[in-house]
Design a protein around this ligand. Structure first.
Ligand SMILES: Cc1cc2nc3c(=O)[nH]c(=O)nc-3n(C[C@H](O)[C@H](O)[C@H](O)COP(=O)(O)OP(=O)(O)OC[C@H]3O[C@@H](n4cnc5c(N)ncnc54)[C@H](O)[C@@H]3O)c2cc1C
Length: 552
């Protein structure tokens, strides 16, 4: 119990039955699921590094930075006082400090700089922790990380940009890239008339001779982190869509034409700026070939999808630990909330969901590490990242809502982190392919490459015999996959079934056993109810809830 506050003669009442603030703690060390996943999926070598990051993220100082970066959102400076265009965005200093913290700890670079296998799993762990502090800085970290994969297609451009992209330095100054040691990268695909359907892009690209240089004219309807140093973007060439690098400064060190029309007034993700921009004869460099734009940028999107999946798992982690902490200290009807059977069912159900999400995200990250030179893992990563992104994000908004409700009214108040988590919850489901688009993508790959399905089934089959309910779900998937993939209308059903079979197989193989049992007894049973808090009565509630408990 928190220490009793002395009552002065001016107080009308004593404040009781309120939980103490969460103490400072190491977010990595206190997360048994992440620790095990890091080890199991091949990045045990990064534990010390991730722990150092987890320690800093778990401090009161970081919490204050995140609060300030969200309370004072970025502001657009369109013109200077003399009326000259600036097109700059001003952020609160707390945002820059968070960006610096993330870059210094190599969230954006570790898979590309380490010589050891497991770099993407290490990245997964770092970003999963970062999103719990502030999701807004994750967007530029993710795009900077993912840009490396697409830039690799253009060796000269890559050799010019990649060393600065991978640098742990964060330099917020608006300067030509050659005057900076560290840069960040954004991505601008979405236009007003079409986001999912990027082939509808109308931005045009005019070649400047045969140099690979072009001038772009058009707009982008969403462009996040607009103070990034350069952007990967799509525009129409004479031979169809091309992918271009658009730096904010031209090679002659003059400002590139990059007009920020306005910033979006967003539901969440408020520490991060998202802009509407216009290109007017904007200098750009082609990556790959004309007409191959989607194929090039998909290398970047494949990697950003990993982050949209793992970020959702990280947000679950933050939400459940807040809920368990609150319920462990708050009493109602003469008992701690965490002692009421129905509350225990809600908390345990949320823990089960978070554990399953984290294990799936980490397994998918390993497939990124193993894709090079392994066609099966490459195929697995393509499908599994889509499934994980779809499913974890579909589960997240309801999850955060339930965790918020565990707090009662205080969860609805801005001083708690819960409203911020709630506002963030739908976002990763939207970008990098919204739900339907992801499921249709999945379906197309399955139809085109039947071998792809086998890679998913083979992964799940490694758990066969471990639990009869999982075996049954696997049989259902095997026999149903043909029908489910025959029509677009079943795409969500198929994605959901594959997701829970994959999650079940990971849990049955690796535990924790009480979580595996609860997962199979709910998600894999025919009478699974749709809300959280509907677990059967014979579940090891204490053991499960303790996975998310922080001692204080
Ligand atoms: C905060 C924020 C930041 C963003 N930052 C960026 C950024 O930095 N760069 C960038 O390029 N974009 C960015 N976006 C845009 C985002 O990627 C797009 O909003 C997203 O891709 C969806 O495109 P859209 O908005 O045009 O929706 P639409 O494409 O119109 O889709 C609307 C709905 O229709 C569904 N749908 C589409 N096609 C089909 C189909 N064939 N069958 C069934 N359903 C379908 C979709 O799943 C979706 O639910 C950002 C968005 C947000 C909210």
């Amino acid at each position: 119990m928190p220490p009793r506050q002395p009552i002065s003669k001016f107080d009308t009442h004593e404040v009781t039955n309120q939980p103490p603030p969460l103490p400072e703690f190491n977010w990595f060390e206190a997360d048994p699921i992440l620790k095990q996943a890091l080890q199991r999926e091949g990045a045990g070598w990064a534990a010390e590094k991730v722990a150092a990051f987890g320690k800093l993220l778990g401090t009161e100082h970081t919490a204050e930075l995140a609060l300030a970066a969200n309370r004072f959102p970025p502001e657009l400076r369109t013109f200077d006082r003399f009326g000259r265009r600036m097109d700059e965005v001003e952020y609160h200093p707390a945002y820059h400090e968070l960006m610096r913290l993330a870059k210094t700890h190599e969230v954006h670079s570790i898979p590309w700089t380490t010589s050891r296998p497991g770099g993407h799993v290490a990245h997964m762990a770092l970003e999963y922790l970062l999103v719990q502090a502030d999701a807004g800085v994750c967007c530029p970290m993710t795009m900077t990380y993912a840009s490396v994969a697409a830039l690799a297609r253009e060796p000269t451009l890559a050799s010019e940009w990649t060393p600065r992209i991978l640098s742990p330095d964060y330099d917020q100054r608006f300067l030509p890239p050659q005057e900076k040691t560290g840069v960040t990268i954004g991505m601008a695909m979405t236009e007003k008339q079409g986001g999912s359907d990027v082939r509808a892009n109308t931005t045009s690209a005019r070649p400047l001779g045969n140099t690979g240089e072009y001038e772009l004219t058009g707009h982008k309807w969403f462009c996040s982190a607009p103070m990034s140093d350069a952007f990967l973007t799509l525009a129409q060439t004479a031979s169809g869509l091309g992918c271009f690098l658009v730096p904010r400064w031209r090679p002659d060190d003059t400002r590139n034409s990059f007009h920020i029309q306005r910033l979006k007034d967003k539901l969440g993700d408020r520490s991060n700026a998202s802009a509407e921009i216009e290109y007017r004869s904007t200098w750009a460099k082609l990556i790959g070939e004309e007409g191959q734009g989607v194929r090039v940028i998909i290398d970047m999107v494949h990697h950003t999808r990993l982050d949209t999946a793992l970020a959702a798992a990280g947000l679950m982690r933050q939400a459940i630990l807040q809920a368990v902490h609150h319920a462990t200290h708050r009493t109602a009807f003469q008992k701690l909330l965490s002692e009421h059977p129905l509350m225990r069912s809600v908390l345990a159900d949320l823990v089960v969901e978070w554990v399953a999400a984290t294990m799936l995200a980490a397994r998918v990250a390993r497939s990124f590490d193993q894709s090079a030179g392994n066609a099966t893992e490459a195929l697995f990563s393509r499908l599994a990242v889509a499934i994980a992104k779809y499913w974890i994000n579909k589960r997240l908004p309801g999850f955060v809502c339930e965790a918020l409700e565990c707090h009662g009214g205080s969860g609805y108040v801005e001083e708690s982190i819960m409203p911020r988590l709630y506002r963030q919850a739908p976002l990763n489901g939207i970008w990098e392919g919204s739900g339907n688009v992801i499921c249709l993508d999945l379906l197309r790959t399955i139809r085109r490459e039947p071998a792809a399905v086998e890679t998913l089934l083979a992964e799940a089959e490694t758990a066969r015999g471990g639990d009869r309910r999982l075996d049954h779900a696997l049989d259902k998937l095997r026999t149903g996959i043909h029908d489910l993939s025959s029509s677009d209308i079943h795409a969500r059903r198929l994605a959901e079934l594959i997701a829970i079979v994959l999650q079940g197989s990971l849990l049955v193989k690796y535990g924790p056993a009480p979580v595996a049992e609860a997962f199979c007894a709910s998600r894999l049973e025919n009478d699974w109810c749709r809300t959280y808090g509907t677990l059967p009565a014979n579940i090891a509630f204490d053991e499960i809830i303790n996975l998310a408990r922080v001692s204080s």
